[in-house]
Write a protein that binds this ligand. Structure first.
Ligand SMILES: O=C(CO)COP(=O)(O)O
Length: 259
């Protein structure tokens, strides 16, 4: 089935990971706030994901700006004896509008399962937050020709139980694990092929109309120099940026490329 004509507004995310001091996070947020010009903001959605202890300050700095603040993680239970975890309502109270779920560093370094990813996706949507659901294959899976199967599996398990009417609040981030923080980027052709396969998986889960509205971001060593080529893919609807999101000029250049 051909991919329906896209009407998707690009979405650029900045995943700051476990980086920056409080002062540096505040300064970066202020530079982004001042740098996202009116012309750009109408054509691209921007979300930043600071570290948990910096969320309040960054949300405060970005209040009234078109840049949304997301958390890199959250727990799915509403409250209770969950040492070290953060609830969705605690995040909402800070002005956090979305949550990143299923990042490969949480899957592969912190050991999060597809089942836990799914609990978090369901709870975040129920709490009224937007979700960026990250999926992606490891190098050995790619070399064994399993890229599309791995992505379709993570997608189906992550979205299990999510009704079609909530899908518009989900952005999928395709992040091939071997491209994250390595300087090795998927070629624009490989990225587009993986994104098209992810969209076909969405079509089989939700039907063509709902699938056509879902933004699929590429993540993995996206930089100003390669963003334009990657974003040219018909099913590449934005980027989730790590290293290059820590420099305002680099991140703003990628936002401009998407706009
Ligand atoms: O993991 C990423 C974003 O979530 C990508 O990180 P890099 O851009 O540093 O490769």
């Amino acid at each position: 089935m051909p991919t329906p004509t896209p009407t998707r507004r690009p979405h650029i995310g900045g995943n700051w990971k476990m980086n920056l001091t409080l002062d540096a996070a505040r300064s970066l947020a202020a530079a982004l706030r001042d740098g996202v010009a009116g012309a750009t903001q109408d054509r691209v959605d921007v979300t930043v994901f600071p570290a948990m202890p910096h969320l309040a300050a960054v949300a405060d700095t970005l209040k009234g700006s078109p840049i949304a603040v997301g958390a890199q993680n959250a727990y799915f239970q509403p409250d209770g004896a969950f040492t070290g975890e953060t609830s969705l309502s605690m995040l909402s109270d800070l002005g956090v509008a979305s949550v990143l779920v299923g990042h490969s560093e949480r899957r592969h370094v912190l050991g999060e399962s597809d089942a836990l990813v799914n609990e978090k996706v369901l709870a975040a949507l129920e709490a009224g937050l937007d979700v960026t659901l990250a999926i992606g294959e490891k190098l050995e899976q790619r070399e064994n020709g399993r890229t599309d199967a791995v992505n379709a599996g993570q997608l189906a398990l992550g979205l299990a139980g999510v009704p079609a009417e909530r899908l518009a609040r989900v952005t999928v981030a395709y992040e091939p694990v071997w491209a994250i923080g390595t300087g090795r980027t998927a070629s624009p052709e490989d990225a587009q092929a993986a994104h098209a396969a992810i969209r076909r998986a969405l079509v089989s889960l939700y039907g063509a109309d709902a699938a056509a509205g879902v933004r699929i971001q590429y993540g993995g060593s996206m930089k100003p120099g390669n963003a334009g080529d990657l974003l040219a893919g018909a099913d590449v609807d934005g980027g989730l940026i790590g290293g290059a999101a820590l420099q305002s000029t680099d991140f703003l250049a990628i936002v401009s490329a998407a706009a």
